[in-house]
Design a protein around this ligand. Structure first.
Ligand code: MG
Length: 481
């Protein structure tokens, strides 16, 4: 479960970094007091929360990797190359080297993957050592394609990078970062030096020095970061310079991404690179709900689509029995037999508590604490409502809910943010017995209601709530703000 959570964080984490960095692209370094926001804009005029080329190209890779494809195979590389070209035809922010390679690829005959690689190799020969961050920025997802095999992962990273950035240092940077993502997903460790043996011996010492130079230092030292080595250094510095708070380790995800953006220059790319690794380390559960709800972009993906791509890639195309996260509707006995509950929150009538079978609630924001079908909240043709999905499992096993206190506090904060925006909120899980009442308690606590009173008044409106257990006691411990 924890490993799946971390894998689910890879593409979503990258997309959040990307969208957070977009407004500040090519700007100066920013000071600590500056809080980056997913405000959109930037030199290419993106919408708020929209991710840019970095994640769009990662999505192109993921759309191929999601089937379980071997990313070193000619067939997979043809598909990726074609998706790159299709994306670029309508994109406003194709990088310089990538654009040059694509222009060359469009001429000529033969398999598109081969043509693209040849164009990329010719460009690398023509300007040795001048290699941008355009392959590194999209490589994190590659780590999920063969997550148990470090050599196969390195080979895949090299093959996919080769399509546009064939310079040896471009390839090395992708191999090192992809291996770090793979290790973070499988072990929960952050280790960039661990992949040194995967790059050619002649360059290992140089890479060791570059990584050492960036470890634990202010990322703003790397405020010129278009070069792939400097981009890697900036992202690694942002991750390792940001402290991991002992009382809330998962908050490192958002804090380190903010520092990646404060680096300045190619902010969206540095934060996209950092976000892929931070998402792999801390997981989907660490991604702030406020970012998760806003992020979207090429391919029509929102958070759940990015999570689905990561999980499909991890599982080589297989998905869970209930069809989540791709299925339009989830249909199981538990879902069908849930009581059709709809009651106001005891301390805020603008928040309705319910189940998957609740009657129409009329709210303009929905927080789902359980798995839900893609069309169950906003079916096709219906105006999409503000919806956020929370990774929360109805269990007493602490290992299955990473960062539980962090997640429940963020749910409560998200209810408060929606309310501050003037929205009414439907807060639900499957049967409103454990997750919904626990999240409702967390919100009461945030409003300053004493724990005992919050519990008693909640049980009065939801008499079938379990009223005990891990989620309930963790929620009751949420601190008022
Ligand atoms: Mg970009």
């Amino acid at each position: 479960m924890t490993q799946a959570d971390r894998a689910a964080g890879v593409l979503l984490g990258q997309a959040c970094g990307d969208a957070l960095g977009v407004p500040y692209e090519f700007g100066p370094a920013l000071d600590d007091a500056f809080e980056p926001r997913m405000a959109g804009g930037g030199p290419f005029g993106f919408a708020p929360g929209e991710y840019s080329d970095d994640t769009a190209m990662a999505v192109c890779i993921a759309e191929v990797a999601r089937s379980g494809a071997d990313l070193t195979s000619a067939d997979a590389l043809d598909q990726i190359a074609q998706r790159f070209l299709d994306w670029a035809a309508g994109a406003k922010d194709v990088g310089t080297q990538t654009r040059a390679v694509f222009a060359e690829t469009r001429h000529g005959t033969g398999p598109v993957g081969t043509r693209m690689r040849e164009a990329s190799q010719a460009l690398a020969m023509a300007q040795p050592g001048r290699v941008g961050n355009g392959a590194l920025m999209r490589t994190a997802i590659v780590a999920l394609s063969r997550v148990r095999d470090r050599d196969a992962t390195a080979a895949a990273a090299r093959s996919v990078a080769m399509l546009t950035h064939a310079d040896p240092l471009g390839l090395d940077s992708c191999v090192l970062w992809t291996e770090a993502v793979r290790v973070a997903v499988t072990t929960g460790e952050l280790d960039l030096l661990g992949g040194l043996d995967l790059v050619p011996e002649s360059r290992r010492e140089r890479w060791r020095q570059w990584i050492d130079e960036a470890t634990g230092v202010d990322p703003r030292r790397f405020d010129r970061n278009g070069y792939t080595v400097w981009a890697l250094q900036a992202a690694w510095a942002a991750i390792t310079w940001t402290p991991v708070p002992s009382d809330d380790p998962a908050s490192h995800f958002a804090a380190a991404l903010a520092n990646a953006v404060r680096t300045g220059d190619d902010t969206d790319t540095v934060a996209a690179i950092a976000g892929g690794l931070l998402g792999a380390r801390w997981g989907w559960s660490a991604v702030p709900l406020d970012w998760s709800r806003r992020v979207h972009g090429y391919g029509g993906h929102r958070a759940r689509g990015l999570v689905a791509l990561s999980l499909r890639t991890l599982n080589r195309g297989r998905i869970d029995g209930d069809g989540w996260p791709d299925a339009p509707h989830l249909d199981s006995h538990a879902y069908r037999s849930a009581p059709p509950t709809l009651v106001p929150h005891p301390h805020d009538a603008g928040v309705l508590l319910g189940t998957v079978t609740s009657p129409p609630h009329g709210c303009d924001a929905v927080i789902s604490l359980c798995r839900i079908g893609a069309d169950d909240v906003a079916p096709p043709g219906v105006e999409p409502i503000d919806h956020v999905e929370v990774r929360l499992v109805d269990t007493e096993d602490p290992a299955e809910n990473p960062h539980l206190a962090h997640v429940l506090a963020d749910v409560a904060a998200q209810v408060q943010r929606f309310r501050a925006d003037g929205k009414t909120v439907f807060l639900h899980c499957v049967a409103a017995q454990n997750r919904t009442p626990s999240a409702a308690i967390a919100y009461s606590r945030l409003l300053g209601v004493p724990a005992e009173q919050a519990a008693a008044e909640l049980l009065a409106v939801l008499p079938d709530a379990r009223g005990r257990g891990l989620l309930w006691t963790t929620a009751a411990a949420v601190e008022p703000t």
